[in-house]
Write a protein that binds this ligand. Structure first.
Ligand code: NI
Length: 488
């Protein structure tokens, strides 16, 4: 048994003597055992047998058991970041922007830290990143408890290399689903009870451990509805070696802060339902996932638009429809079908003219009549527009009163009328952040969508609506947009 095993045994004994129920010890590999992680119970010895793939299940992994939080929806990402292949999975929750932003900044921090020195993570690193690399990193953030007004999200980073080394770090975040307020796991505890718990879990007595000894913070706390408290923390002496213990409800009660007692009460209440967000407006972070916005112009069409809706629904792809006022007035039920399915809709003028050739009052009339037709059909006024042929000048931009969404990739689907031509063209020209122009009124365009969408998704693209693509960057009336600007 190496040095690590010895200190683990000492920690184990001390915790055992402290009459605390030790659930498990989880250690980063010490480079000699051949196993990236070793799981141990108090009465077991650390295994020195080399372990074959796959990695043994960590006991702290059991704490990751995700629960369905109201309004929650999952995201995944596989990326090559520096020497690491990163497999990330996380959950956003509708209507909790503070939580979603916290998850995003934590995730971006992990990804940036894995990027080579002097560079930052880019969504393009998550394209075609299936092949394994020497180092594997598993990143997760998922609700592990949801009750009353409380959702608890456990964030964890586990990394391993081929030389037997590994590390694991985790934290819990508490969010109030009514106020949106975020708290860290440590806030469950009275500040004065933290050093004692820290010393019990790490095996370093509180009176010996000098404050300067850089005690790793206790950040991963989970309270059960019956009041037991499971604390997972890093052991001193190196990052990534973790220990978990569960305190009895009696011991835990004495350590809880007012907030901790509030959480305990909520964990025994039914989860509060949350209002749903339209799918096209759900939070996605296109600085993290490689996004593309497929857009379809000139509809709605009674025959082809429903065919496209069926493909998009089956592929779980978001999209944006730039409708003309005349086709909306002719097919209001199809426009409503698009809106009811949650897709984004933009104004594409009434009669599809070159706006640059019209007097300004006529430009305004084109926009207003289309707004009215779309409002009558769908119940909502579009917040963005696309000028036919992409034709706009300063006067037009000033007159339309909405952001102008042009495109970065022109499929020329209307010209080739051939999926074998436009699908490869889009695949060749697309990059993360791009707006792609197509036309749902063309039967040949519909014929190419299954292949185009499944290929893009297979490469790692997340197909989003235009509002999702630009989330976090303002869309200003009169300004022209073609693609999402990259993170500086
Ligand atoms: Ni058009």
């Amino acid at each position: 048994m190496g040095r690590t095993g010895g200190s683990v045994a000492a920690a184990c004994l001390r915790i055992f003597l402290a009459a605390i129920c030790v659930v498990a010890l989880i250690c980063g590999g010490d480079g000699t055992s051949g196993a990236p992680y070793v799981t141990m119970r108090p009465h077991e010895r650390v295994s020195s047998q080399p372990q074959a793939e796959p990695l043994p299940t960590l006991v702290s992994d059991m704490l990751d058991r995700a629960v369905g939080a109201p309004g929650g929806y999952p995201m995944t990402l596989t990326a090559h970041v520096g020497d690491h292949r990163v497999n990330a999975s996380w959950t956003y929750i509708d209507g909790l922007p503070g939580l979603n932003m916290q998850v995003d900044s934590w995730l971006l921090g992990v990804l940036d830290a894995a990027a080579p020195a002097g560079s930052r993570y880019r969504p393009a690193m998550a394209l075609n990143a299936l092949q394994p690399l020497n180092q594997e990193m598993t990143v997760s953030a998922a609700p592990v408890q949801a009750a009353g007004t409380i959702v608890v999200v456990r964030e964890k980073v586990k990394s391993s290399g081929t030389n037997g080394t590994g590390s694991v770090r985790s934290a819990t975040v508490y969010v109030d689903t009514v106020t949106g307020q975020l708290r860290s796991g440590a806030e469950l505890l009275r500040p004065e009870s933290v050093p004692g718990i820290q010393s019990r879990i790490t095996g370093v007595p509180a009176d010996i451990a000098a404050p300067s000894q850089q005690e790793p913070p206790v950040t991963d706390l989970l309270l059960s509805p019956s009041g037991e408290l499971t604390v997972t923390a890093e052991l001193p002496g190196g990052p990534g070696r973790q220990v978990s213990m569960t305190m009895s409800a009696g011991d835990a009660r004495a350590a809880l802060s007012d907030y901790g007692r509030h959480v305990l009460g909520q964990l025994n209440a039914a989860a509060v339902p949350r209002p749903a967000t339209a799918p096209a407006l759900r939070h996605v972070n296109c600085d993290i996932v490689p996004c593309a916005a497929l857009t379809y112009d000139d509809g709605p069409d009674a025959r082809t638009t429903p065919q496209l809706l069926a493909i998009l629904a089956e592929r779980k792809a978001q999209a944006t429809f730039f409708m003309t006022g005349s086709n909306t007035a002719a097919n209001p039920s199809i426009a409503k079908q698009v809106a009811d399915a949650g897709y984004a809709i933009g104004n594409h003028t009434y009669s599809h003219p070159y706006l640059t050739k019209l007097p300004i009052p006529a430009v305004k009339k084109e926009i207003e009549r289309t707004d009215a037709a779309i409002l009558a059909a769908t119940g909502s006024t579009p917040a963005m527009m696309r000028p036919p042929y992409g034709a706009a000048d300063a006067a037009v931009q000033g007159a339309v009163g909405k952001p102008l969404i042009i495109w970065a990739v022109d499929s020329l689907d209307w010209q080739s009328k051939n999926p074998a031509a436009f699908v490869p063209k889009v695949l060749k020209e697309i990059t993360p952040g791009a707006v792609v122009l197509m036309h749902d009124v063309q039967p040949t365009t519909i014929a190419g969508q299954q292949e185009l969408i499944s290929t893009l998704q297979g490469q790692g693209y997340r197909l989003v609506s235009v509002p999702q693509l630009f989330e976090g960057t303002p869309l200003i009336p009169g300004h022209v947009y073609r693609s999402r600007p990259a993170r500086p």
